[in-house]
Design a protein around this ligand. Sequence first.
Ligand code: G
Ligand code: G
Ligand code: MN
Ligand code: NA
Length: 255
Amino acid sequence: MILERDLRQAIEHKEFCVHYQPVIEVTTGQVTSCEALVRWNHPQKGLTAPGYFISAAEETGLIDEIGTQVLEEVCKQIHQWKKVPEMKAVRVAVNLSPHQLRNENLVQDLQTMMTKHGVEAGQLSLEITETLVMQDPQGTAVLLDEIRKLGIKIYLDDFGTGYSSLNYLKRFSFDVLKVDRSFIMDVHENEGDAALVEAIIVMAHKLGIKVVAEGVETIEQQKFIIEQKCDLIQGFYYSKPLSAEDMYDYCRSTT
Ligand code: G
Ligand code: G
Ligand code: MN
Ligand code: NA
């Protein structure tokens, strides 16, 4: 069990770091973006994944401060990568918890960090979930418009697992939709999943939204996804989440 005290101490000691999972653009085969995934470099347990601490961070509200550290780290990294030919076009998407979207300083904080680190429009994106949108559709719509004005693209994460109405897809004009990995898992052997994934991609494209297939692990899944004209692919088939250094090596080896 994680204690609030431990999390506070971890924030104070800056024990969080960020890993990056490459996202491959199907038409070029290049890494054009990645997802930032927070890790806790725990003094005893070593590097731990969000599954271990995110819910505790959300319940205590400490996710706001962790999120700020993550955004700061990502903005710094974008600034570093801008100097490197293989990395300067790689965009970074950061996950946001519902709690963070309710923080009234969010837009100001994002603006401040982008200016401080010279992050330009298009370099930073945010991933939010359907659950979050559902909690306050009206308020979220207004907020997302403000965020978009900063040049930040909005991804709808874990698509298909929540309870949101299809109507939201139209109303919120998301830039990118991420098909949840539970639909991808059996896509090449389950007709129902195949039909759903196919339909999601067609629908998104008609609405002008790009699609990421998450959790692609095998060549069979990859082939199916490409046949369906999915735009982007993320998953262990290409790479697990990597440290910034390893991400650089990965991009260098694929360009
Ligand atoms: O344990 P695992 O790595 O599978 O957990 C991934 C989950 O943690 C995903 O649902 C992802 O959205 C969430 N997550 C990863 N990094 C961050 C982050 O920086 N902030 C927030 N709020 N959630 C994150
Ligand atoms: O909820 P979200 O989509 O943000 O979760 C991202 C999580 O999914 C990360 O923890 C990442 O490690 C995990 N992930 C990424 N690719 C794969 C994959 O191909 N298979 C599995 N099982 N998990 C993956
Ligand atoms: Mn995500
Ligand atoms: Na997801």
